[in-house]
Design a binder for this molecule. Structure first.
Ligand SMILES: NC(=O)c1ccc[n+]([C@@H]2O[C@H](COP(=O)([O-])OP(=O)(O)OC[C@H]3O[C@@H](n4cnc5c(N)ncnc54)[C@H](OP(=O)(O)O)[C@@H]3O)[C@@H](O)[C@H]2O)c1
Length: 308
C-alpha cells in the first residue's frame, strides 16, 4: 500500500518518504480502515524526527495517530462496527492508504472526512487535561495556545462543559479565537497582564497547550499550582502542577482503562451537535513534506490533514 515511511531521525522533510509498504491487519480489539483523511500532530513530527525517546516505535514505520475512513477489516472481539462503516479515531501508522485503529467512533455522514480526522487526539487530550483539573461548569479557565490543533478543540470542549474561556494566540488568530467562543489575548511578553485585564475576577484553572510560557507565570494566574495542567511542558509538574503526556497506542484493556472509546464517542457527539468546529488545511499524501512543514511551523490555525 501507499504510505509515508521513516527510518531514521532527521528533519521531517528528509526523515520520511512516500513509497510502498505491507498492509497492516486488525489485531484483537482493533479495526482496519481505508484512510480517507489523517491529521498531522506535532507528535508525528517529533516521532519522525526521533525526538520521542522510549515512545518511538522501531523503524521503518509509518507515522500518524489520527484518521478517518471506511472500515475494511474487523479484529477479533469487535462488535460495534462492521466492514463498510464510516469511522474516525486513534490508531497508528495513519499516514497511509490503510491503518489500524485502537479507538474509534462512527462518523456522522454530514461531517467532513478531514474534520473528523482532525478531532481524535485533540478531543482525547482536551478531555483528559480538563478532567485532571476537575474543571466544573461556571468556572473560568485560561487556555495558553488556543488556536492550534489541540488548543482550538480544548477551547470548545471547555465551553461545551459550561466553562468560561480566555485563550491566547498570535495576532493573526485573535479573530479565530473569538469565532470559536473564547475571549482572546495575545501570547508572548506581557501575557499575564493581558489575561488579568480580561479576567478581573480571577481564573480557576490553566490549560497549558503550547508549553511556551514559564510554569511560574502560569501558576501566578491561579490560587494553587495544582490548578495548572500542561500537555507540553513537563516542568509544570516539577513545580507542583500537573503534566500529562501523550497516550501511547493501546490494547483493548488499556483502551477501556484510559477511556479512549468514550473520548471518541464524545468527539462524535460534539461534531454531530456542531459544538466542535475545526479549521483544517488539507494536503494530498504526495505533498506530505509540505504538510509536515506547515504543521511544524507552530503557526497552524486548527489542523493540517493529509488526504491519502
Ligand atoms: N500530552 C499530550 O497528550 C499531547 C497530545 C497532543 C499534543 N501534544 C503537544 O501539545 C503541543 C501543542 O499541540 P498542537 O497540536 O495544539 O500544536 P499546534 O497545532 O502547532 O499549535 C501550537 C499553538 O501554540 C501557540 N503558540 C505559539 N507560540 C506561543 C507562545 N509563545 N505562547 C503561547 N502559545 C503559543 C500557537 O498560536 P499561534 O499560531 O496563534 O501563534 C498555536 O495555538 C505540542 O507540543 C504537542 O506535541 C501533547
Amino acid at each position: 500500500m501507499r504510505a509515508l515511511t521513516y527510518t531514521t531521525s532527521g528533519a521531517p522533510a528528509e526523515g520520511f518518504h512516500l513509497g510502498q509498504t505491507p498492509e497492516p491487519h486488525a489485531g484483537p480489539g482493533q479495526v482496519r480502515i481505508r484512510v480517507h483523511a489523517a491529521g498531522i500532530s506535532p507528535l508525528d513530527r517529533k516521532t519522525v524526527a526521533g525526538e520521542r525517546g522510549e515512545a518511538e516505535p522501531p523503524t521503518p514505520a509509518v507515522p500518524g495517530i489520527d484518521a478517518a475512513g471506511t472500515v475494511d477489516e474487523v479484529g477479533e472481539g469487535v462488535s460495534d462496527v462492521s466492514v463498510g462503516d464510516e469511522v474516525f479515531g486513534l490508531g497508528s501508522g495513519t499516514h497511509a492508504a490503510h491503518a489500524v485503529l485502537f479507538a474509534w467512533a462512527h462518523k456522522a455522514p454530514q461531517i467532513d472526512w478531514s474534520v473528523a480526522a482532525a478531532a481524535p487526539l485533540a478531543v482525547e487530550t482536551s478531555q483528559r487535561a480538563l478532567g485532571l483539573i476537575e474543571a466544573q461548569a461556571g468556572q473560568n479557565v485560561f487556555v495558553d495556545g488556543g488556536s492550534g490543533g489541540v488548543g482550538a478543540v480544548a477551547v470548545q470542549v471547555a465551553l461545551d462543559r459550561g466553562l468560561g474561556v480566555v485563550a491566547s494566540a498570535g495576532q493573526d488568530n485573535q479573530d479565530y479565537l473569538r469565532e470559536i467562543g473564547a475571549v482572546p489575548v495575545l501570547h508572548g511578553e506581557g501575557l499575564l497582564e493581558r489575561v488579568r485585564a480580561v479576567a478581573p475576577g480571577g481564573l480557576d484553572a490553566v490549560l497549558d497547550i503550547a508549553g511556551k510560557t514559564p510554569a511560574e507565570d502560569l501558576a501566578a494566574l491561579v490560587s494553587h499550582l495544582a490548578r495548572v495542567v500542561s500537555i507540553a511542558n513537563p516542568e509544570v509538574a516539577e513545580r507542583g502542577g500537573i503534566f500529562t503526556g501523550p497516550t501511547p497506542s493501546a490494547g483493548p484493556d488499556e483502551r477501556e482503562e484510559r477511556g479512549l472509546g468514550q473520548a471518541m464517542a464524545h468527539a462524535a457527539d460534539l461534531l454531530r451537535r456542531n459544538a466542535l468546529v475545526i479549521k483544517v488545511q488539507t494536503f494530498p499524501l504526495e505533498r506530505a513534506a509540505e504538510a509536515y512543514a506547515r504543521s511544524t511551523s507552530g503557526q497552524v490555525r486548527g489542523k493540517v490533514v493529509l488526504l491519502p
